[in-house]
Design a protein around this ligand. Structure first.
Ligand SMILES: Cc1cc2nc3c(=O)[nH]c(=O)nc-3n(C[C@H](O)[C@H](O)[C@H](O)COP(=O)(O)OP(=O)(O)OC[C@H]3O[C@@H](n4cnc5c(N)ncnc54)[C@H](O)[C@@H]3O)c2cc1C
Length: 519
């Protein structure tokens, strides 16, 4: 049930689980807990309509980081209102610790995490028959491209309903177990020894109240998690169990993404059969390229993946039509009929092949005149100086200090990206599929190349998982070191980012935590 007034919520109920943040992970966690019979209160600072974070609440002083400004949303459903819903799995090597990548070993193993993949897929509506790449490739008639040299083709899966506010909309409105308080921000903690007894919340008019609970889960996004933890450590210094933890805010990473080469296709039919997006039962699967664990170990490089970008004169019109259709289906809103007809007119020639491709061939249509390029998404090294801090001199209306992001790149990204591009070129040419024309600056190993790459809204770190409080902020079960009942969920707890978009793994950790809580 949704509430907007502070006095509609029973503040002193200390039996329930309190989730801070009603975004992607917060709503998934609430749904999973309610399903297991738990009583939940979600506290969300945004409203039902789409909202942003006020620019006075943050600053970026390192490499330009777009995501802090446009890559997150303050609203019910959080950033799931903006994302594409692409689910990507981490590889075993990402968790194992790589001697060429200091600090990369996680306190959990890949096998422990992967044992929750199936349950997470099913919770998200991805059926068993679509969880295995080989089975989807077979269903779509994609034969093994026979890549050598450690390069492999793999699939990412796209959620049919990306917004958690839409996916769980009915439950949020009707469930007695799951209460959601909107337009209220958590600004601090009530602590007794190692136990969190409550969170202090503020409404938009400045009224304040302590909300009690038995367990508290921070699901408020990477920047806001660091902000809350750092603020409490400095503001409530005597009481705060994590006041001496030097890891809070550190080891920030994002994925670097951008174009690395144009692609000259040598075998058109095979190329498009290999790389055009597959559609099965209304669900999209995108073929991408990555290096097998063994090849990464041999080359001693960062993990990264490659994807094909298809650009045509009608790309923008097709994106508009897709967004229009999604809005019409999920929010049942039809706006801008003028724009609809303008975009339909611009690509009318392609509409029939588009529908045929989708319905009959189960593929996403790519106009034959499209220019093709290879884009990469690269991991970053683990760097303590790439970090989130707070400036207590500048505070917003809630009294919370400004967040300062100092995002850094290291010396490993450029050679790793260059090696990856060279390898894709060699493998493509050997298989007669295509030839790459790699960007000159990348071939030369020119540092300037990195400035053409941007962040991909995958904010990692700040509350990383550690072997001890000297090494991290949360333990392998996501509990904040020094506390009995405060947990953090999200990519802020990751030690490394691999090549994979972060949310599927973050959701998998939530599935695991919910099982632990329920038992
Ligand atoms: C355009 C775009 C595309 C993306 N595509 C993908 C993709 O395809 N695959 C993928 O894996 N990832 C993708 N991402 C990243 C992904 O969306 C995010 O990493 C993920 O949604 C973060 O989930 P979260 O629950 O941690 O944070 P959010 O979803 O941002 O939720 C945090 C919530 O906490 C609330 N909050 C903050 N502070 C407080 C407070 N003090 N008190 C109460 N509430 C608070 C916020 O208002 C927000 O609603 C994309 C991101 C963007 C912007």
């Amino acid at each position: 049930m949704i509430f907007r007034e502070i006095n509609q919520v029973e503040a002193s109920n200390s039996d329930r689980i309190v989730i801070v943040g009603g975004g992607t992970l917060g709503l998934y966690a609430a749904h999973e807990l309610a399903r297991r019979g738990k009583e939940i209160l979600v506290i969300e600072s945004g409203a039902e309509s789409l909202g942003n974070f006020d620019p006075v609440t943050y600053d970026s002083i390192g490499k330009t980081h777009e995501g802090i400004r446009i890559g997150r949303s303050k609203s019910l459903g959080g950033t799931s209102n903006l994302w594409g819903g692409q689910l990507v799995e981490f590889q075993p090597v990402d968790f194992q610790g790589r001697d060429w990548l200091p600090d990369s070993k996680w306190p959990v193993t890949y096998e422990e995490v992967a044992s929750y993949h199936q349950q997470t897929y099913e919770n998200l509506g991805v059926g068993k028959e679509f969880q295995d790449d080989a089975s989807v490739f077979k269903q779509a008639g994609v034969s093994d491209p026979g890549f050598r040299n450690g390069l492999e083709l793999f699939l990412t899966r796209w959620l049919k309903i990306p917004s958690m506010a839409v996916a769980y909309g009915e439950e949020i409105r009707s469930s007695e177990r799951m209460k959601v308080l909107l337009e209220h921000s958590v600004v601090g903690f009530e602590v007794s020894g190692a136990t969190i007894t409550g969170v202090r919340i503020l409404d938009s008019k400045g009224a304040s109240l302590v909300i009690k609970g038995s367990m508290f889960i921070l699901a408020c996004g990477t920047f806001e998690i660091s902000r809350l933890l750092l603020h409490s450590a400095s503001n409530q210094a005597e009481l705060c169990p994590w006041k001496d933890n030097q890891n809070i805010g550190r080891y920030f990473q994002d994925h670097l993404i951008g174009r690395v080469a144009s692609v000259e296709i040598l075998d058109r039919k095979r190329f498009f059969n290999t790389f055009s997006t597959i559609v099965r039962a209304g669900q999209k699967f995108q073929p991408k390229l990555r290096l097998r664990d063994e090849a990464l170990r041999n080359e001693r490089i960062l993990n990264l993946y490659g994807m094909m970008a298809f650009e045509s004169s009608v790309s923008e019109n097709l994106v508009y039509l897709k967004q229009f259709l999604k809005a019409a289906i999920f929010s049942r809103k039809i706006n801008g009929l003028g724009d609809l007809f303008r975009n339909l007119f611009a690509c009318w020639k392609h509409l029939l092949p588009l529908m045929w491709k989708y319905v009959v061939a189960n593929r996403v249509f790519v106009p034959s005149t499209s220019k093709v390029s290879l884009h990469i998404q690269s991991e970053q090294p683990v760097m303590s100086e790439s970090r989130i801090t707070i400036n207590p001199e500048v505070r917003d209306a809630t009294g919370l200090p400004k967040v300062i992001l100092d995002w850094r790149t290291g010396s490993e990204e450029l050679p790793s990206i260059r090696e990856f591009a060279k390898r894709v070129d060699a493998v493509f040419q050997a298989s007669g599929l295509a030839r790459l024309h790699i960007e000159d600056a990348l071939t030369r190993g020119d540092e300037q190349f990195l400035s053409t790459l941007r962040d991909n809204y995958h904010q990692v770190g700040g509350a990383r998982m550690g072997f001890s409080a000297q090494d991290g902020v949360v333990d392998k079960n996501l509990k904040v070191f020094g506390t009995e009942n405060l947990y953090v969920v999200g990519a802020s707890t990751f030690r490394t980012s691999g090549n994979a978009n972060t949310t599927f793994t973050a959701l998998t950790f939530v599935t695991r935590l919910m099982d632990q809580i329920a038992s």
